[in-house]
Design a protein around this ligand. Structure first.
Ligand code: SF4
Ligand code: SF4
Ligand code: FES
Length: 238
């Protein structure tokens, strides 16, 4: 196992060569904000919340998909990064319809947590108020596209952990959205096993348990990591 030594925020760190900056930082107790990252599934670098500065490079790099390198010097919380991150979160709020006061995930939402972390007390951008659908055709779950931040965590968890590949992305630009099977109501999907993994993976209230009221939707995201660890260690085989 080759080890790389790097500096993150003036702290000397050792990491396995295959690790990302995000993993190395987390192992060292250094917090980097994330949204599309979910422990247990692959990273896609979609949200850009985890951008960091690498000394000697002008461009910002997403920590979740950038591998560590020997002698690398990383800054995770500069004023420039704080500004970028706040703008990204504001864009997410302006682009969707995130009305926390009536949301099932109020108080248990990663987008809300990020807004608080970034000190976002208002949105400086113009709200788009897009017209989006809610699909409650599934017996147990619903999806409210108004609250979707297009992180693709549902897509990846359903594909990589459940093996069903019910979710996918469709559309371009502001018309991008998640779909089930061949863009049909979730309740008519033949591939969905109703396992609930996407419900727990969703960072916002976009995918929810039917019957949840305001603030009642509690996501158990550590269950995904639990399943992955149990499979890797073959804990379910005697
Ligand atoms: S409930 Fe399970 S199988 Fe169905 S869409 Fe969600 S993750 Fe996929
Ligand atoms: S439904 Fe949830 S998990 Fe899926 S892309 Fe939207 S926000 Fe992410
Ligand atoms: S967490 Fe790295 S790009 Fe989203």
């Amino acid at each position: 196992m080759a080890v790389k030594t790097l500096i993150i925020n003036d702290q000397l760190i050792s990491a396995r060569e295959e690790e990302t900056i995000l993993q190395a930082a987390q192992d060292a107790g250094i917090h980097i904000p994330t949204l599309c990252h979910l422990e247990g599934v692959s990273d896609v670098g979609a949200c850009r919340l985890c951008l960091v500065e690498i000394v000697g490079s002008n461009k910002l790099s997403p920590a979740c998909v950038t591998q560590v390198a020997e002698g690398m010097e990383v800054k995770t919380n500069t004023e420039r990064l704080q500004k970028y991150r706040r703008t990204i979160v504001e864009m997410l709020f302006a682009e969707g319809n995130h009305i926390c006061s009536v949301c099932v995930a109020n108080g248990n939402c990663e987008l809300q947590d990020l807004a608080i972390e970034m000190g976002m007390n208002h949105v400086r951008l113009e709200y788009q108020f897009p017209q989006r659908q809610v699909d409650i055709s599934h017996d147990r779950f619903g999806v409210d596209h108004n609250r979707c931040v297009l992180c693709t965590r549902c897509v990846r968890v359903c594909d990589e952990i459940e093996g069903a590949h019910t979710w996918d992305m469709a559309g371009r630009g502001k018309n991008s959205h998640v779909i089930t099977d061949v863009n049909q109501p979730w309740g008519t999907s033949l591939s969905c096993t109703s396992c609930g993994k996407c419900v727990n993976a969703c960072p916002t209230g976009a995918i929810f348990d039917k019957g949840s009221s305001v603030g009642e939707m509690v996501h158990q995201r550590d269950r995904i990591q639990f399943i992955v660890t149990a499979r890797e260690k073959k804990q379910w085989f005697s």
